[in-house]
Ligand binder design. Sequence first.
Ligand SMILES: [Zn+2]
Length: 322
Amino acid sequence: MRGIHNIYNKPDDYLSKKSILGVWNSIAGIRLELTKFGVPSDSFMKKKTNSGTDTMFWRDKWLGERTLKEIFSNLYLLDKTKNCRVANIIDRGTARWDWKQPPATPTQVHELANITSLIVGFHLNSDPNVWKCTLAEDGRFHVNEIRRRIDQLSTPTPPPPHTPASPIVWLMEIPIKVNCFVWRDNVGRVPSAVALIRRGIPVDSTICKGCRTEEDDSKHILFDCPFARTVWRWIMTWCSIQFPCFQSQLLKKRRHTLLSICYGALWWIWRARNERIFNSQHNSPAKVADTIQAQVFSWIKYRRKQCNIKWVDWYTRPLNCN
Ligand SMILES: [Zn+2]
């Protein structure tokens, strides 16, 4: 495999020659995917150098998080064999250099002193080099540990209560997936057609499939599309509030109920849009508004502490319900 992919003279993080297709190339491609998720493979797979025969002295990360080539770039230029192994250089705790010409400038001499102090006392042994995964206690690679790491990074943790600059309010009385959705919208990560194109994912059109006039971005889908506007108008009427006083309403004690309704509305407008596009199922704004009314009622009734909310009150004056 090393021969096929020409990796004998490449560092550890070089896994395959892209021009040769095959299973190994697909496996190696996972590294790129992991990097996209913010979990680059070299952040959790660490090599322990024992024999030093298959670790590149300058180009592998075997002492810390950076290569010696990056840290001591002037010395690297002086070395005759750039691809030399650790075992070629280190011999019983001392270094055997093979310079084109001896380090002479102040920078080179300074680097030589530093690299010597770094590798002095580093003893090789005859054991093979081993790779360890730092995500698991046993040092072995487990797929579920990677899954957990990705989930940790992509799921927001609820902000502590009363955080002054918190961009969204995390509501315990509504499902986590809905809180996550509102958070994703707040940070511009709702996968609208416009957002997908920006990420390089091909879509057939960026025009909203609801009104067929405007761009399909999250603001349009959730607020400006005639479908969403109709739903919001219905909610404003139901809650007896008007758009201009929306903000001031949020500051009052009923803001949690109103926010829950708004989060529910965002969630169900988004779901209706996806049903329309992916399942050809067309729900009317009135049907979506009914769903929001019923769903948010059950969220609050069963999740809010000491809640005696009654449907008849909810139906007529939702913001007076506790
Ligand atoms: Zn539209």
